[in-house]
Design a protein around this ligand. Structure first.
Ligand SMILES: Cc1cc2nc3c(=O)[nH]c(=O)nc-3n(C[C@H](O)[C@H](O)[C@H](O)COP(=O)(O)OP(=O)(O)OC[C@H]3O[C@@H](n4cnc5c(N)ncnc54)[C@H](O)[C@@H]3O)c2cc1C
Length: 803
């Protein structure tokens, strides 16, 4: 083994070898993979090898497409067969709701270029004669599903990487990692040490242990997973290879394995494996079978596919593999650790391994993943994702793998975990809560405790009329919203303005003022949207998306502030309440001596003031697009502030509102939000944020690319549609059609209660931005007429907000 390498990749499972191959492909040849046993000896060797393109996140789906298309390439480069069987696949729906979900999935696949097809049960039976059609109502057909040989794929990647210059060392265990002052690493192994500029944790089943070597607790847990292989089935003899099949009702997947069928299941009572530590002596090992645990799924499976029940069982495999709490991979650099990267929590290595390797290698070589991988960025989890939290969420995710996630569905595991001081008070008002980074926040308020739960559906739910009443209150009198779940940073020090001016695209406001600003990467793409509120010459309060706090912190580390400037995340220290609506000023004025008239405290003002006895930071700004205020207090004051506002609010018809109403209200104003309208695939001019970029300012990150985009106009435009939606509004990722062609996609949608229209924000090529007619948005399989709006649906000139 060499003593020095540019990169050491730890782990020779399908993910590690993919990272290795992609690094060589990106031009880094001096790369070394260290594997403690044989390649594949973790969870890779016993995988069923199934591959598919469908994923709830379209950006992850794209990387899955990439992975499947990559196999031919690595076969060619390496000369090693991947054992590819592209049989095509069907997903069977046993209920109308599931068929609706499949129609949505098909629609979402359209702008990704997926050729998915909804087929009848009869057609499904023709394609897959093993099924008993009486249990199903329809199916989705995907021509590029199939399976590969895990051993072949792993060795093809490894050989291709070695041809590209990489070295692979086996039977060598990394036992420790020691950082050097220059950001490089000493990789300590049981066969000597290697000095590496970069280290990649692709430890799979041992990713937690490798993480712990550097003080990192990764939110990863292994689950036991079983599949069985039947004896030969006479009906298959002489036939074309059977399709892959997913039966959602049985929570099982099947495919042909030689003359028999392989049947695997994601059972509801899934069992974690080695929840705290993975034993190092678990090499090329399996776990004892537990057919009893999967018996309920097998029973359904044998009823739905009688031939499988009639065949004997030839072999049962029970092996562990890892998941992150939401089931997507954990990829990227780690905040606080220089040159340390992770590529783990990959639960579908044969669908996702290629995409993970591609994104990570770009990130390491070019400083940017080159694609929108927010859905698998390790930074989406903060310290709150503890071992026990991960355990609860992974078990939930595993048990729900083949269940529908409705657009209005909130999951119940690990809750309530984080609550704000007014949680019980909101409960007493019959709040229905959502979970956001483990934090409870009100979604809407029911009139009574008995009604405080939401029916999950693709259509408008029982919350609809209550959310309508909340929106009405905001537009007609005054609404109260908890906003503690926003992210916050306190930037202090004499150089605060200069540093912010460098990382943000807009000019830092004067003391007492607020400015909105995009944050751009070097390619001029959106990596954040912030509100900068200047409290003093040397203090700026930033408000942003809490879910992206670690993502931002990692970026701030990369563009580190100069000595004397402190950038302190303080999301949970400051709790917030917002009052919005035409009577919000009068309400707040009744509680403070500070003059709130527009002359004295105009739109986008920000000031420290007392509200009753409570010291608060108050900004005149509201995401509702109405007259409104955001009030920030250190958490110990939040209850008192709430009681004060609610007490005084009685005289102003104050009504509580929640996240659902806020979403409707911001859509009425065409306001975008992070991870929906604002993502690293869009530029600020495309996203309609160009007015918040100050090109006169020198030297901010992404300036050159942003100016180029300004000049060229970019490619896309964020636009708003009114949709003839029936009773199912858009929720995001639906295709936008024009004159019979898919030309764009929805980023978010909902019903605008105060404008009485179903609305959808989405991106279209800029040439379509001025057009009104000819558009359709596909909702639950039906193309619905959509009319592009020239201006926001509510208060297009902003007089309400500014007045
Ligand atoms: C029963 C079963 C069926 C499955 N079916 C499918 C399927 O059909 N399709 C699909 O896509 N996926 C499937 N999977 C999941 C798939 O196996 C995983 O997604 C994939 O194997 C993850 O690969 P990995 O490289 O991340 O991890 P691993 O395969 O666990 O690889 C990690 C490697 O790192 C090495 N390592 C760890 N620590 C060190 C260290 N300190 N020093 C040196 N080496 C180290 C380990 O020895 C190991 O080889 C299945 C899994 C199971 C258990």
């Amino acid at each position: 083994m060499k003593n020095d390498a540019r990169v050491v990749v730890i782990g020779g499972g399908v993910v590690g070898v993919s990272v290795l191959y992609h690094l060589t492909k990106a031009g880094w040849k001096d790369v070394l993979l260290i594997e403690r046993g044989e390649l594949t000896c973790g969870s890779t060797w016993h995988a069923a090898g199934g591959m598919h393109t469908i994923n709830g996140d379209p950006n992850v789906a794209k990387l899955q497409q990439y992975t499947i298309n990559l196999y031919k390439e690595i076969e060619q480069v390496s000369g090693q067969s991947c054992g590819m069987h592209v049989t095509g696949g069907i997903m069977l729906a046993g209920t109308r709701a599931r068929l609706d979900w499949l129609k949505m999935t098909k629609a979402r696949g359209r702008y990704l270029g997926m050729e998915l097809e909804i087929i009848s049960v009869e057609e499904a039976e023709r394609l897959f004669p093993l099924m008993n059609k009486q249990h199903f109502v329809g199916a989705l057909y995907d021509p590029i599903e199939g399976h590969v040989d895990p051993y072949g794929v792993t060795h093809a990647y490894a050989k291709a990487a070695q041809i590209g210059g990489a070295e692979v060392v086996r039977h060598t265990r990394v036992t420790d990692l020691k950082p050097r002052a220059d950001g490089s690493w000493d990789v300590i192994t049981d066969h000597g040490n290697v000095h590496a500029e970069h280290v990649v944790n692709a430890g799979g089943l041992w990713a937690r242990e490798v993480g712990r070597m550097v003080g990192l607790e990764l939110p990863v847990l292994a689950m036991e997973h079983q599949y069985l292989i039947t004896e030969d089935i006479p009906a298959l003899k002489g036939q074309k290879e059977q399709l892959h099949c997913i039966d959602f009702e049985g929570e099982i997947y099947t495919r042909q394995e030689r003359g028999g069928m392989l049947l695997g299941t994601y059972e509801r009572a899934g069992v974690p494996w080695s929840p705290r530590e993975t034993p190092w002596d678990f090499t090329q090992s399996l776990l004892p079978n537990d057919l009893e645990r999967i018996a309920p799924s097998l029973e359904v499976g044998f009823e739905h596919f009688p031939a499988l029940g009639e065949a004997g069982i030839r072999k049962v495999v029970n092996g562990p593999f890892t998941f992150a709490p939401d089931g997507n991979p954990l990829v990227g650099p780690i905040r606080g650790l220089r040159n340390f990267w992770v590529a783990c929590g990959v639960m579908a290595g044969f669908s996702q391994g290629g995409g993970v390797g591609l994104a990570l290698s770009h990130w390491m070589v070019d400083g940017d993943p080159g694609a929108d991988i927010w859905g698998m960025d390790v930074a989406r989890y903060g310290d709150w994702a503890t071992l026990a939290y991960t355990n609860a969420k992974v078990r939930e995710n595993y048990s729900r793998r083949f269940r529908i996630r409705f657009p209005n569905e909130e999951l119940s595991a690990a809750r309530p975990l984080r609550t704000t001081p007014i949680y019980e008070r909101l409960q007493a008002k019959h709040a229905v809560f959502g979970d956001y980074c483990g934090l409870e926040h009100p979604l809407w308020f029911a009139p009574s405790a008995a009604e405080a739960s939401e029916v999950v559906t693709f259509h408008r739910s029982n919350a609809h009329s209550h959310v309508a009443a909340e929106c009405r209150a905001v537009r007609e009198s005054v609404g109260l919203l908890e906003i503690s779940n926003y992210g916050k940073f306190d930037v202090t020090g004499a150089g605060a303005e200069e540093w912010l001016s460098h990382v943000m695209a807009n000019r830092v406001p004067k003391v007492g003022r607020i400015a909105l600003t995009p944050m751009l990467n070097e390619r001029g793409k959106l990596i954040g949207d912030f509100t900068m509120a200047r409290i003093a010459e040397d203090r700026v309060f930033l408000v942003c998306t809490y879910a992206a706090e670690d993502y931002y912190r990692r970026w701030f580390e990369r563009h580190s502030p100069p000595p004397g400037v402190s950038v302190r995340p303080c999301a949970m220290q400051y709790a917030g309440l917002s009052v919005a609506g035409p009577r919000s000023r009068a309400l707040l004025q009744s509680l403070t001596h500070t003059d709130l008239s527009t002359a004295a405290f105009p739109f986008l003002s920000f000031r420290r003031m007392d509200v009753g006895m409570i010291p608060a930071l108050v900004g005149r700004i509201s995401f509702t697009g109405d007259l409104g205020y955001e009030i920030w207090v250190t958490s110990e004051y939040q209850r008192a502030l709430y009681d004060l506002l609610v007490g005084a609010g009685a005289g102003y018809d104050l009504k509580h509102f929640g996240g659902r109403a806020l979403n409707a209200l911001r859509l009425e104003k065409s306001f975008g939000t992070w991870a929906r309208e604002y993502r690293p695939i869009y530029g600020p001019y495309e996203a309609g944020l160009g007015r918040f970029v100050d090109p006169r300012k020198d030297g901010f990150v992404g300036r050159a690319a942003a100016l180029e985009e300004k000049e060229s106009g970019g490619k896309l435009r964020l636009v708003i549609f009114a949709v003839d939606a029936g009773d199912a509004d858009a929720s995001g990722d639906e295709p936008i059609w024009h004159d019979g062609r898919v030309i764009g996609w929805v980023t978010s949608g909902g019903y605008g209660h105060s404008v009485r229209r179903s609305l959808a924000l989405g991106y279209v090529p800029k040439e379509y931005a001025g057009l009104t007619d000819g558009f359709e948005i596909e909702l639950l399989g039906e193309r619905r007429r959509a009319t592009q709006q020239a201006a926001s649906a509510f208060d297009p000139d902003g007089s309400r907000m500014r007045g």
